[in-house]
Design a binder for this molecule. Structure first.
Ligand SMILES: Nc1ncnc2c1ncn2[C@@H]1O[C@H](COP(=O)(O)OP(=O)(O)O)[C@@H](O)[C@H]1O
Ligand SMILES: [Mg+2]
Length: 248
């Protein structure tokens, strides 16, 4: 079966610097794929090409068999692709509920006072609360986003991405800044989501990805230098010795 999402031979340069070189990736529906590699390897740039922020100099991006190369980010999002960012992207002064409510497709279609009206519509309230249930934040719906501890903020970011009911979810370093408890909780959350949505996670925490991913691609110097299941990569002495997951 053709993968849900595919990148073929992506090249991208910034000035005379080659940042992606012949990157090919395939994400089958219903799987969790990992992208691992040291800082500066090109992982976030790769997401930026896959989600339309940058147009590749060469290569193709395919979603459900359709060529979406160079399509604008909001159009790609509308096809059913959501992403969370390496740097957090929340409305701090808004409540947890409001952050999710504004991201619901029904709310986004309303132009004037989307949040105020969201409260008045039972279907919208129910939809936002259902998303918050999925990430374990329902009991914090009324708190301002800025009051959440760091791990809960990461969960809220995922909730905002899920609010659009995506088929495919891209997460860029979701464990950034989390301690081991936070990581464990986040791993549990992502494992639960995996049953409903195809997920791609960038991480340089090897252990986190090894425990979650069906398949991992290792990117270094803008190239995919290894690919395999966690077991296959663990058995690859070169990958392990290079400590590619450590951000070193
Ligand atoms: N908009 C840009 N303009 C120029 N260089 C960039 C830009 N974005 C990223 N880079 C460079 O591309 C390389 C890869 O960056 P990035 O994709 O953020 O790496 P990673 O996410 O793997 O840590 C880095 O050297 C970075 O400085
Ligand atoms: Mg990055």
């Amino acid at each position: 079966m053709a993968p849900l999402f595919e990148a073929r031979g992506l090249h991208l340069r910034f000035g005379d610097r080659v940042v992606l070189e012949d990157v090919s990736l395939a994400f089958p529906a219903g799987t969790l794929s990992g992208i691992m590699g040291p800082n500066g390897a090109g992982k976030t740039t790769c997401f930026n090409v896959l989600t339309g922020r940058y147009r590749p100099d060469r290569g193709q991006v395919l979603f459900g068999g359709r060529d979406i190369t160079g399509m604008a980010p909001h159009r790609i999002a509308r096809l059913g692709i959501a992403r969370s960012f390496q740097l957090m992207n929340l409305f701090d002064e808004f409540s947890v509920f409001e952050n999710v409510a504004v991201a619901l497709p029904a709310t986004r279609r309303r132009v004037a006072d989307p949040v105020g009206r969201a409260y008045g519509e039972p279907a919208t309230v129910a939809a936002a609360m259902a998303v918050l249930e999925r990430v374990g934040l329902a009991d914090r719906a009324d708190q301002p986003a800025k009051s959440l501890p760091y791990g809960a903020r990461r969960a809220l970011e995922i909730a905002v991405a899920l609010a659009s009911d995506p088929q495919l979810l891209f997460l860029d370093e979701p464990t950034a800044g989390l301690g081991s408890d936070g990581r464990a909780r986040l791993a549990e959350l992502i494992r639960a989501l995996k049953r409903h949505v195809t997920i791609v996670v960038i991480e340089h925490d090897m252990d986190f990805l090894f425990g979650l991913a069906d398949e991992i691609s290792v990117i270094h110097w803008g190239q995919v230098i290894a690919r395999g299941t966690p077991a296959e990569l663990k058995a690859n002495p070169w990958v392990m010795a290079s400590k590619l997951g450590d951000g070193a």
